[in-house]
Design a protein around this ligand. Structure first.
Ligand code: TMP
Length: 236
């Protein structure tokens, strides 16, 4: 039996997790924050120790259409892309992703681990590109049909450390990664502001630590939330 022990005697077993509605857990952060590896580790842990239905997806690129949109958005130097066009392409990717992947999987009771969601648009297009945040909020509401994450993990790492990590692991840089340091610093400010504004939904993870230490923090946070979600399922 899998156990959650945040508070003394807090215990949740697998059968109770299976009765829960699906949950959307989003991973966010600047370039090189380690989201993708941490999502894989978190998925392996959930499958092994919690034995729940898990699916891993991402934005942009979580559907077949999204794969094509991702290529258009991230390839370097093929087409110039105006800032508002970029915003609309991310929104188009999200709208398709919500309809085709997120809603059907949540309806089956799946725990979805999603690499980026609406906060990326606020951080990158809002803070990074200086587009109007109210406009982005409206567009996010249209693209998601109101579907919000149940939990967002912000993997917080220094911008320079993240960029150095990313450039150290891949020789190919994409269109957004190639932006100036000032752009990436504004994106980081965006995440800090979102974290301050939504303390219930967004939990900060210190992503400057080793991969193992970061994963431990993530497992502790997710365990705690699972226990709360199970408890609220029982009272409803
Ligand atoms: P990643 O999936 O490898 O992190 O790359 C996706 C890139 O797209 C990353 O640079 C962040 C950027 N992005 C936005 O600018 N706005 C968005 O809404 C999303 C989802 C991603």
């Amino acid at each position: 039996m899998w156990e959650v022990r945040k508070e003394k005697n807090a215990k949740v077993d697998r059968s109770e997790i299976k009765k829960m509605n699906g949950k959307l857990i989003v991973f966010e952060g600047v370039e090189g924050c380690g989201k993708t590896s941490q999502i894989q580790l978190c998925c392996e842990w959930l499958l092994r120790d919690v034995a729940c239905n898990v699916s891993v997806t991402r934005e942009p690129g979580g559907t077949d259409l999204g794969v094509d949109l991702r290529r258009l958005l991230l390839e370097v130097g093929k087409h110039p892309i105006a800032d508002r066009t970029e915003l609309l392409l991310y929104a188009a990717d999200r709208s398709q992703h919500v309809e085709q992947e997120l809603k059907p999987n949540l309806a089956k009771g799946t725990i979805i681990l999603c690499d980026r969601y609406t906060d990326s648009t606020i951080a990158y297009q809002g803070y990074g590109r200086n587009l109007d945040i109210n406009l982005i909020n409206q567009l996010n509401a249209i693209a998601t049909g109101g579907l919000e994450s149940d939990l967002t993990l912000w993997l917080d790492v220094d911008v320079e450390v993240g960029l150095a990590r990313k450039r150290g692991t891949s020789a190919i840089t994409d269109r957004i990664e190639q932006e100036t340091l000032a752009f990436h610093r504004r994106v980081q400010q965006g995440y800090a502001q979102l974290y301050a504004s939504y303390p219930q939904r967004i939990v900060r993870v210190d992503a400057s630590l080793s991969q193992e230490a970061v994963q431990k923090q993530i497992q502790a946070i997710v365990s705690d939330r699972l226990a709360k979600w199970v408890a609220s399922t029982k009272t409803n």
